[in-house]
Design a protein around this ligand. Structure first.
Ligand code: FES
Length: 63
């Protein structure tokens, strides 16, 4: 499923960016080699990023 139509980025790409260490939308775009444009996808992209567990196995999720 496409999340960002401006850059043709799919949900998998945002999830992979998060797994690689991206913690927010700008860093996820950077990891994907893209630049944010219209901003319509930011909310969905943030949810994709937040849905991926932290890389640090010792990290405790906030409750
Ligand atoms: S849809 Fe992602 S920047 Fe426009």
């Amino acid at each position: 499923m496409y999340v960002c139509l401006c850059n043709a980025l799919k949900c998998r790409q945002f999830k992979d960016a998060a797994k690689s260490g991206a913690r927010d939308v700008p860093s996820a775009f950077k990891a994907c080699g893209a630049k944010p444009r219209c901003g319509r996808c930011f909310e969905e992209a943030a949810r994709m990023i937040a849905g991926v567990p932290q890389r640090d196995p010792c990290a405790v999720p906030a409750e």
